[in-house]
Design a protein. Structure first.
Lengths: 307, 235, 293
């Protein structure tokens, strides 16, 4: 039934693979491409949570930071090589996701703020001077022994494709059908035989895993980072804005949103982030009032069946 | 064919705060039987449906379905065991197509046993299969609710005021449809205010008042019973 | 033992101020069932208003109060009518209003940074009185006592409004049930607009005292204030503005105690409290509105 969906999904995957795979060959700014890839993946991950469960994780960065620190701990204390350490970071984010699962009982706005609070708690714990022997506290992490910008770029590339693939799977599979049903009407979804708790958990944990893996590979790529940079609210906000702009619940929405807006940020935002903040703030207000389903809904209105 | 009733409800109590919405309700239902459930507003009819279909957990009492006490089990498990329901106000998945609405139920509640398109045929919705569920009118949405419930291949179907808002022609079609379900071996518990409609599909009703069953028998006998008359008129 | 007494009494003063910080958020939620994520930024604007009144015109920052009340009415009323009726007709007003106010908060923050610069500012505490006030043997800056006093006055005024005025009675009806208030003929939009603007003004009022209670102010202080406000409101009772006093006191005393005995962990407190309350007793200590998924 969703045959065209799988085709579209394949097209998106190919586009991302070729785009981020080939462009670095003739465009030297690897840092920009890396960050953009990271945000496309993060937006996709957040979209799995918001688009499929209706819950907006305002503390999404908590998983990112958990991934970064999980990777750092695996490298520093367990002496794992970089790639398994990144996976370890993903697992730590998963654990954090399981710990936070009780929040899924709450209604939308409560959940969002509680999730934000949770990521702040994690940040203050990690950054606490009393824990310096474990997390280096506020002094930051140095992973210079494993520094490998090209290899870490490639690994992020793989993670991005896997995350996008997961999103395509969710959109075209029965699990995705169930999740959409839960989102539309939880009571009748349950009566139709859908296990609400399990469905929400799967989407939630998948979302956490994506952020954790991205965080882990980010930590590896930059190899020097402070608690503030991997737990900053800005990462959550950017991911949310990109998803809302592109269109939540679709596969192509987060990609378009992240590429366009992060590109804009790179042009005007890095030197004067306030201008970017003003723009996306106004953009959000406008979106909610006039285009709540994002850019993808413009395509839908024309009758295009957007994945 | 076993001699055991399909559904045995005994002593069910459901409280909300200090109020007892159900205060010791009990009855049995045989396989393939249609039982009517009537009562004044606030007597607990929908609460009883909610308890049997897993929306509420009762404080006391039991609900035996095919020999097993299912009271308190979550709705999705009951759906897979063979209990389903329609809603007083239809609850379609608005932004999904009619076919997808039924597909969810067929896949998850019905264990893939039934073909969604066949179910759509059975309930007269085949022509609307590709429409977005939110664009349907009330009568069509009620049919969709029914189709979804049927797609889970139920043995017991709880029908909550499905007649409300239907014109006489639609009511006739719905009555025929419910009787057909009975022929297919599905037992029905039908909550209704429209007594003419109810009379067409079942000889037996239970009258509920203030959370308790006060009468069980035929509709015509119920109309003569002093307690029933008082419950409806006395309010 | 002086340390403990200082923390407790100071906690009460601090907590009363924080009750004022939270009450605007609670009022808006109680009447409109919307969470104003821009709340902390409104407090920030109030704080900067007081700062500029002092630095530009040399007046006591208290003169910022009438200035801000007027300002928030002028801006708040049209904002309500432009935005809220549209929101109420959307598919998911709760989440969409949440996101919209979030967008608004970003606009306010960015404008403030562009207008005021990123630096921290402060206002000398002497502007609200010199010396020290002695309470039960502990001394506190007069600014704290003034802030606590104004908070109490504001909350009493809110109480008088809600329980001793016709408009307030109608407001409580809307808070209990919007639909029933509509059928009773109450002009729900007007009540909501008034509550909306009142919520803004209360935030601004709290902002005037923020430089004294929080030390320094900067354009990015909004987010933390919003989260703390939410924690306070939830601890007390979401939807019951007077319950904010309880939440404020719990928070104020708790944070004072943390800062005295476990200072390096005190940053965590509001967030930790929020999660604990929201998971264990989302209806708050006073237990009114409950929210389920």
């Amino acid at each position: 039934m969703r045959r065209p969906g799988v085709l579209q999904g394949g097209a998106v995957l190919a586009l991302l693979a070729l785009g981020f795979g080939l462009v670095p060959l003739f465009y030297g700014n690897q840092s920009l491409l890396f960050s953009m890839m990271a945000y496309v993946a993060l937006a996709q991950g957040l979209n799995v949570a918001y688009g499929f469960t209706g819950y907006l994780p305002f503390g999404y960065v908590g998983f990112f930071g958990a991934g970064a620190y999980g990777t750092a701990l695996a490298i520093t204390f367990l002496h794992w090589p970089a790639v398994p350490a990144v996976l370890g970071g993903g697992v730590l984010a998963l654990i954090f996701g399981v710990v936070l699962a009780p929040l899924l009982r709450l209604s939308g706005a409560y959940f969002a703020i509680a999730n934000l609070a949770a990521s702040q708690v994690l940040y203050y714990v990690v950054a606490n001077p009393n824990l310096t022997s474990v997390t280096q506290g506020p002094y930051g992490i140095k992973l210079t022994s494993v520094f490998a910008p090209n290899l870490s770029y490639a690994v992020l590339w793989v993670i991005l494709l896997l995350a996008t693939g997961a999103a395509v799977y969710l959109r075209t599979s029965r699990l995705g059908l169930a999740l959409r049903a839960i989102n539309q009407d939880p009571v009748s979804a349950e009566m139709a035989g859908v296990n609400l708790v399990r469905g929400r958990m799967v989407a939630w944990l998948l979302s956490a895993l994506v952020a954790g893996l991205v965080g882990g590979v980010y930590g590896w790529h930059v190899s020097v980072f402070y608690p503030q940079s991997v737990f900053t609210l800005r990462i959550s906000i950017f991911a949310i804005v990109f998803v809302l702009f592109g269109g939540a619940g679709t596969v192509i929405g987060p990609v378009v949103g992240a590429v366009l807006l992060y590109g804009l940020y790179d042009v005007i935002g890095i030197s004067t982030p306030e201008y970017f903040q003003l723009i996306y703030g106004a953009l959000i207000v406008g979106l909610v009032l006039f285009l709540p389903e994002g850019l993808a809904s413009l395509a839908r209105r024309r009758g295009w069946d957007v994945l | 064919m076993s001699s055991e009733p399909l559904l045995t409800v005994e002593g069910v109590v459901k409280r909300f705060g200090g109020m007892r919405a159900l205060d010791g309700v009990g009855f049995t239902l045989e396989p393939g039987e249609i039982l009517g459930l009537v009562g004044p507003n606030g007597s607990g009819k929908t609460t009883l449906i909610n308890v049997i279909s897993g929306v509420y957990r009762p404080e006391a009492g039991s609900v035996h379905f095919r020999g097993r006490n299912v009271a308190g089990m979550p709705a999705h498990r009951l759906a897979r065991l063979g209990i389903n329901r329609t809603f007083q106000v239809p609850r379609p998945f608005k932004e999904m197509t009619v076919r997808d609405n039924v597909r969810v139920a067929a896949v998850f509640g019905g264990g893939d046993r039934l073909d969604p398109d066949a179910v759509l045929e059975r309930t007269g919705l085949a022509a609307l299969a590709a429409r977005e569920a939110g664009t349907l009118n009330t009568s069509q949405q009620k049919q969709l609710d029914l189709a979804r419930a049927l797609a889970t291949d139920p043995r017991l179907l709880l029908v909550d005021e499905i007649g409300a808002g239907l014109n006489p022609e639609e009511l006739g079609a719905m009555a025929d449809r419910l009787l057909k379900l009975q022929e297919e071996g599905i037992a029905l518990l039908v909550v209704e205010h429209l007594l003419d409609f109810l009379n067409r599909i079942t000889p037996r009703v239970i009258v509920l008042s203030a959370g308790r069953g006060i009468f069980e028998g035929s509709l015509s006998d119920a109309a003569q019973d002093p307690q029933v008359v008082e419950a409806f008129i006395g309010g | 033992m002086g340390l403990l007494e200082y923390a407790l009494i100071g906690g009460v003063l601090y907590g009363l101020f924080f009750a004022l910080v939270g009450v605007g958020l609670n009022l808006i939620f109680g009447v409109m069932r919307m969470i104003n994520l821009a709340h902390g930024d409104l407090i920030m604007l109030g704080a900067f208003g007081a700062y500029w009144v002092f630095h530009l015109w040399g007046l006591s920052p208290l003169f910022g109060i009438p200035l801000e009340v007027v300002g928030f009415i002028v801006v708040g009323m049209p904002l309500y009518y432009l935005v809220v009726p549209r929101l109420l007709h959307t598919r998911d007003p709760e989440m969409l209003s949440f996101i919209l106010f979030f967008g608004l908060s970003q606009v306010i923050e960015a404008s403030a940074v562009l207008g005021f610069g990123n630096n921290q500012r402060s206002v000398p505490t002497s502007t609200l009185g010199r010396g020290a006030v002695n309470i039960l043997g502990q001394s506190f800056p007069p600014a704290w006592v003034v802030a606590a006093g104004v908070s109490v006055a504001a909350i009493l005024a809110l109480y008088a409004y809600l329980y001793h005025s016709r408009f307030g009675y109608a407001t409580r009806a809307v808070m209990a049930s919007r639909e029933e208030a509509l059928t009773a003929g109450i002009n729900v939009h007007r009540i909501s607009a008034v509550a909306f603007v009142a919520g803004f003004c209360l935030a601004g009022l709290a902002g005037v005292f923020a430089p004294y209670m929080l030390g320094a102010i900067d354009p990015n202080m909004g987010v933390d204030l919003t989260t703390v406000s939410f924690a306070i409101v939830v601890i007390g009772s979401l939807g019951d503005p007077l319950g904010t006093v309880i939440g404020g006191l719990v928070y104020g005393i708790a944070i004072m105690l943390m800062q005295t005995y476990l200072p390096s962990w005190s940053n965590l407190l509001p967030y930790f409290l929020l999660i604990v309350i929201v998971l264990i007793k989302p209806s708050g200590l006073l237990g009114r509105t409950v929210r389920h998924a």
